[in-house]
Write a protein that binds this ligand. Structure first.
Ligand code: FPP
Length: 239
């Protein structure tokens, strides 16, 4: 749907494709998992920077549906890392006013990770400073496919009239229901790809690609991305 021309200096919603952990590890002659561990520090810095700048929603692409195909040790390592971060940062999230949310196929995650997540989601649900949305076992095509299935079920049950399906109806069936679309999409480590990330939601997002590898990405780099965003004129297809 066409939106009015707008130019707010601070994006309300920033989404990040955190790429380059493996290359960072290789560059430092370390195992891949060390790259992900180093990436954890960047997550902390960027969350703090988002709060400092007044960003309201931050979505991080932490694990894609395709990532399950990685070697078993790497997948297990990432899951362990994730569980540890959520547990160790829960208190901090409360202090900083962070509400933790997820998008993706939560049912695919190991029980221990899912339980840790559910506790954190429940504990932080009243926080209103920053919504931190982790994309976990996330894929945009599977998200849209599941939305189509859900709508088809409602049509079959006589609860939804196909003629009444609008863009808003589709949005209500996505994992992101109730969350505004990203204004700014950041991708680290230089690749010019979307990699099955929020295909519906980034329709009008500004895209910022930096060659900086994710473990090297910090507060300063986040500010640079925001500066770049502030200089863009968003027209949403208008003139
Ligand atoms: C992409 O780098 C990164 C990932 C698949 C995982 C991201 C996970 C973290 C940063 C760990 C902590 C996260 C949270 C949210 C607590 P890559 O391995 O694809 O890098 P490469 O393309 O250089 O191989």
């Amino acid at each position: 749907m066409a939106k009015e021309s707008s130019r707010t200096p601070i994006p309300q919603h920033v989404a990040i494709i955190m790429d380059g952990n493996g290359r960072w590890a290789q560059k430092h002659h370390l195992p891949r998992l060390s790259g992900h561990e180093a990436g954890r520090k960047s997550v902390k810095q960027v969350v703090q920077a988002a709060i400092d700048h007044g960003v309201r929603y931050l979505t991080l692409y932490a694990f894609s549906v395709e990532n399950w195909q990685r070697p078993r040790e790497e997948v297990q390592g990432l899951m362990g890392l994730l569980r540890g971060v959520i547990r160790e940062e829960l208190r901090e999230m409360g202090k900083e006013g962070i509400r933790l949310r997820t998008i993706g196929r939560k049912q695919d995650l190991p029980d221990a990770v899912r339980e840790e997540l559910e506790t954190a989601i429940e504990t932080t649900k009243g926080n209103t400073r920053l919504d931190l949305i982790l994309a976990l076992s996330y894929g945009s095509r599977v998200e849209i496919t599941e939305a189509v299935q859900a709508m088809a079920r409602e049509v079959k049950a006589g609860k939804l009239d196909p003629e009444q399906i609008r863009e808003g109806t589709v949005e209500e069936h996505l994992y992101t229901r109730g969350i505004p679309d990203p204004d700014l999409l950041i991708r680290t480590s230089g690749e010019m790809r979307i990699s099955n990330f929020m295909l519906w939601q980034i329709s009008y997002a500004e895209i910022y690609v930096t060659p900086v590898l994710w473990p090297d990405f910090g507060k300063k780099d986040f500010s640079l991305a925001l500066d770049d965003y502030a200089g863009r004129e968003r027209r949403f297809g208008g003139v």
